[in-house]
Design a protein around this ligand. Structure first.
Ligand code: TXA
Ligand code: MG
Length: 344
């Protein structure tokens, strides 16, 4: 199959992409978070192609992408007031809401669950594609399952060239980590995945928020969890990632003491001078955490390409978007964290 590369600046792109989706084929789409691998979310056969292309476990449900908040009631029922309030404040934007699913949503899309995850992405071209297709777009992150997410059209081609119908190139993603997921189907609102909408922003609207344990720890493969995706290996480059926590100086002392040729250091731009002999790669600035979220996955992919064996990684501290960066980096590191303050 010849994969079409469509530019989001080309006025013909939305109609063409929408037609391919209506024909049951896969189109990778840009969003503000990461690129998604999209298909008609109401068409079981089209959705099956997503699972096949990604090598994704069948029980891991997909997010339905909507063109506007008004579409929520078409695919979800018993929508609580809280969901409308969240949508009003944060849509279009990096927030996914889990709600009871209507019958029209195939079990293949929901991974067999009675609930469905919905979100309205903050990308005009992608919302126009969804509107013209006239169907919700089921779209996981476009990476091969388990690998770092795709934040450019080139990342998508790297993983899927020749195996999907088209990629819409909308440039690098602004947020760079996947959407925040909040589950509103339980007794209390539950954070299933941190992202661009912060826990503090959710609590502002909801007044209450439980953080699911899948966010903070490694989940057993056999566990029954709220977010089935959280138990699988995630964001992992082929190399071993070890997070080194602690002050700039202590971390640098630890890393320089343990570095051997073939290792790499994934750090903040401010730290580059500390690692001159350790082939450092900066993924953003510590004093501008949104540059870290935007740069993380591209950096992990670059390290993969370079065939590195071990990466010492520096992780931002604190809440807000830093919380989402910590979550992704800890998962990439399989929760291996060394505290340089204690080690030295
Ligand atoms: O930012 C994003 O959300 C990106 C872009 C493309 O929109 N999409 C994305 O999809 O990250 P994916 O499939 O890589 O991650 C979706 C996560 C998975 O962990 C999945 O298990 C969870 O959402 N999920 C989907 N439906 C769910 C449901 N009904 N209940 C609980 N978790 C759900
Ligand atoms: Mg994903």
């Amino acid at each position: 199959m010849n994969t079409l590369l469509l530019s989001s600046f080309d006025a013909a792109t939305p109609a063409l992409a929408a037609e391919i989706i209506r024909n049951g084929e896969l189109v990778a789409i840009p969003t503000e978070t990461v690129y998604g691998l999209g298909a008609n979310g109401l068409d079981e056969n089209a959705v099956a192609k997503i699972f096949e292309a990604k090598g994704r476990p069948q029980d891991n449900p997909l997010i339905l992408h909507l063109s506007c908040a008004e579409e929520m009631d078409r695919y979800c029922h018993h929508v609580p007031q809280m969901a409308y309030r969240l949508a009003e404040k944060y849509w279009p934007g990096p927030l996914t809401i889990v709600l009871p699913a209507r019958e029209c949503v195939p079990k293949r899309t929901t991974g067999g669950l009675d609930t469905v995850a919905v979100r309205c992405p903050d990308n005009d071209v992608t919302r126009e594609i969804i509107r013209l297709a006239g169907v919700p777009l089921a779209a996981p992150s476009a990476n091969i399952s388990g690998k770092p997410s795709t934040t450019t059209a080139q990342h998508v081609l790297h993983d899927h060239d020749g195996r999907i119908a088209a990629v819409v190139d909308g440039g690098p993603c602004r947020v760079g980590v996947e959407s925040t997921i909040v589950d509103l189907t339980g007794d209390r609102p539950r954070l299933l995945r941190p992202g661009g909408v912060t826990p503090e922003e959710l609590t502002d609207v909801l007044g209450d928020l439980v953080v699911d344990k899948a966010v903070t720890a490694q989940i057993d493969q056999d566990a029954v969890v709220k977010a089935p995706g959280m138990k699988y290996k995630h964001y992992a480059p082929d190399c071993d990632v070890v997070i080194v926590a602690g002050s700039r100086e202590k971390a640098a002392a630890y890393i320089r003491g343990h570095y051997v040729p073939g290792d790499r250091v994934l750090c903040f731009e401010e730290e580059l001078p500390l690692y001159e002999d350790c082939e450092p790669l900066a993924y953003g600035r510590e004093d501008a955490v949104e540059t870290l979220s935007a740069g993380l996955f591209a950096a992990l992919r670059e390290l993969d390409e370079a065939g590195v064996s071990r990466v010492f990684a520096r992780c931002p501290v604190g809440g807000g978007v830093a919380y989402a960066v910590q979550n992704r980096l800890k998962k990439a590191a399989a929760f291996r964290i060394i505290d340089a303050e204690k080690e030295l």
